[in-house]
Design a protein around this ligand. Structure first.
Ligand code: PEP
Ligand code: MN
Length: 337
């Protein structure tokens, strides 16, 4: 349930309600909004407990949250969560262009593409150092060396870097280098990893699993938040359907749904979402129309030579054109407001 405090409730009253809830076996999460404080209470809710809580000083009402996700829900927090990444923010008024190759392939190539995408409008850099590949014989990533290259690219460009974390044993290492830790689609329901990421002081970009429902995906976010980290960004990257022309089916209805159901920002990845570079720009424009907070785009200087995901990678030139069009849409949206 959530406990909505009165507008003028004091910190003392909030603390008192929190203590009473804990005494009754609830886990307590406080969300201080602009208008009022809301307390999320996870535990065994009964009518009697709700009535008891409603009698405490400073409480306006106790409301049951019927959805299985609580802390990620819009009821718990009505204002959008702003995820801070170095000097910038994912969510709210900002729009993020996260760009870079699928994998960090070499120092020279990565530093070159990082500077190119920055000049073309990227606001964050991506690149896998640990790659989740279907085949154990495919390129697995440069691992620690890849992380060092990402850090060097951040030094040179000033842009924050996002990279995938696949294994709880690697969290400390990856968090030492990356500004945002990405949970890949294949790991969306790796609950142990999610719980460990809840203890990390870095934002988490949570990709949707290839066959995850929206509810399962939000529940994955709930794992991270309930373990202590509320800096979660959702990322729609397509789901597996019967369609074979595309690698995945990009589910753009996820964008308004996530906005309606949760307070979390959402990024769209039309590269993995389609698997075809020619579909990346049109789906990116549609994603912006649907209201996403940013795009994640794979860009490679020579897609034909990429060690992974070449067919869905844009050239820098095509990425530049995409950025210009997206900016045009955002400007026209702002003018309509
Ligand atoms: C990636 O971003 O490189 C990646 C592997 O994505 P996904 O987990 O969505 O397949
Ligand atoms: Mn990829």
């Amino acid at each position: 349930m959530i406990i909505v405090m009165q507008k003028n409730a004091s910190t003392e009253q909030v603390n008192q309600v929190g203590e009473k809830l804990q005494e009754k076996g609830f886990k307590v999460h406080v969300s201080e909004g602009v208008e009022r404080t809301i307390i999320g209470a996870i535990g065994n809710r009964t009518q009697a407990i709700m009535e008891f809580i409603e009698m405490l000083a400073g409480v306006e009402k106790a409301v049951p949250v019927l959805q299985p996700f609580k802390l990620a829900s819009k009821e718990f927090k009505s204002e959008p969560t702003l995820v801070k990444v170095k000097d910038t923010v994912i969510g709210g008024e900002q729009f993020q262009f996260i760009a870079g190759p699928c994998a960090v392939e070499s120092r020279e190539k990565y530093l070159e593409i990082a500077q190119l995408v920055k000049e073309l409008g990227a606001t964050m850099l991506r690149g896998g150092a640990f790659k989740p590949r279907t085949s154990p014989y495919s390129f697995q990533g440069l691992e620690k060396e890849g992380l060092e290259i990402l850090a060097e690219a951040r030094e040179i460009t000033g842009l924050p870097v996002i990279t995938e974390i696949m294994d709880p044993r690697m969290i400390e290492l990856v968090a030492d280098y990356a500004d945002v830790l990405q949970v890949g689609a294949r790991n969306m329901q790796n609950f142990f990893l999610l719980k460990e990421l809840g203890k990390v002081d870095k934002p988490i970009l949570l990709k949707r699993g290839p066959s995850a429902t929206i509810e399962e995906w939000i529940m994955a976010a709930e794992y991270i938040i309930s373990s202590g980290n509320d800096q979660v960004v959702m990322c729609e990257r397509g789901i597996r359907t019967f369609e074979t022309y595309t690698r995945n089916t990009l589910d753009l209805s996820a964008v308004p749904l996530i906005k309606q159901l949760t307070h979390l920002p959402i990024i769209v990845d039309p590269s993995h979402g389609t698997g075809k570079w020619r579909l990346v720009e049109p789906m990116a424009l549609a994603a912006v129309g649907a209201g996403c907070d940013g795009l994640m785009i794979e860009v490679h200087q020579r897609p034909g030579e990429a060690l992974s995901d070449g067919p869905q990678s844009l050239t820098p030139q095509h990425f530049g054109a995409l950025v210009r069009k997206v900016k045009g849409i955002i400007t026209s949206f702002t003018e309509c407001k």
